[in-house]
Design a protein around this ligand. Sequence first.
Ligand code: S3P
Length: 163
Amino acid sequence: MMTQLVLIGFMGAGKTTLSQALGAATGLPVYDTDDLVAAAAHQTIAEIFAAEGEAGFRQRETAALAEALRHDPAIIATGGGIVTQAENRARLAALAIPVVQLTVTPAEINRRLAGTTDRPLFQENWPALLAARQPWYATSANHLLDTTGRSVPALVAELQAIL
Ligand code: S3P
């Protein structure tokens, strides 16, 4: 019996918040690829980008996704760039579990990420990054959930319904 669910989507879409809330509501363990990467490296995400570049971070992130998926039950939150790697897109698309793309309006992304300090790729040109990635989120996910203007409890209820 597989009780796993993966959250994907752009920075600020609510992956971390909703994974924690869903974990609290269900009692299921939560794995966050950013946390797994930081813990394994004993460094923050920004420090890893500075020391190893994005390529080094992506290698670590790909390994973290594979590790997270070995756990069952598991609520898995991913970094917004997980879909930049073809290997991860193929892995996600092949899963027989809910892979939920969270979406949110650009205005809400700006509001949620104002003052962010540990996201090296959140810069002024983030809309271009989002546009480039959107097809990859779409091919990797099998569910779509818009978080704009919705409460955390309402979104958790939706996720529980597809878990
Ligand atoms: C990234 C998103 C971040 C983190 C890293 C790179 C990206 O995760 O993995 O800063 O490329 O979009 P969040 O989506 O949780 O912010």
